[in-house]
Design a protein. Structure first.
Length: 160
């Protein structure tokens, strides 16, 4: 069974988001072992300088990179990444097992995104949309798409 890990900044604050994530986590248990690693967000001033943002991104990067297994296929969620339809994500996840990747890691950054070092470690940069979403909602959307991908790969009716 594949292990899917989502590394993300911060905890879910809203009950409805926690409930949605719990539901998709329950559904995913039939297809993979799911780990969600919530990192403590770094404090940043209300109007940070570019240097302060860079320092926070690098501090976050050290934590993120330390949580990635060496043998994992890594997807960085970033706006400049490539968009793909759900069917292609299903093929992507399915091909990981064929390629020998039992660990799949998705990384969701904080409000300032991800550092270049995290993006360089990623095997693939993935974007959900050109639109901007709160990173907490992005987690729900990502879990739903991972669930949808497994459903597609297994011929389930959910996608229809």
């Amino acid at each position: 069974m594949q292990t899917v890990t989502i590394i993300c900044e911060g905890k879910l604050k809203e009950k409805y988001l926690r409930d949605a994530c719990a539901e998709y986590s329950k559904r995913l248990s039939a297809y993979c072992k799911l780990n969600v690693i919530e990192l403590n967000p770094h404090r940043i001033s209300e109007n940070p300088s570019a240097g302060e943002i860079d320092a926070v991104l690098e501090a976050e990067a050290k934590e993120i990179l330390s949580k990635i297994p060496n043998t994992a296929k890594v997807y960085a969620m970033c706006i400049e990444g490539k968009q793909m339809p759900s069917e292609k994500l299903a093929k992507e996840i399915s091909s990981c097992a064929v390629q020998g990747f039992n660990n799949i890691v998705f990384i969701i950054g904080g409000s300032h995104g991800l550092s270049d070092s995290v993006k360089k470690r990623a095997d693939f940069k993935l974007s959900m949309s050109e639109m901007t979403f709160p990173h907490q909602l992005a987690r729900v959307m990502l879990l739903e798409q991972i669930y949808r991908a497994y459903q597609i790969a297994n011929g389930g009716k959910y996608h229809k």
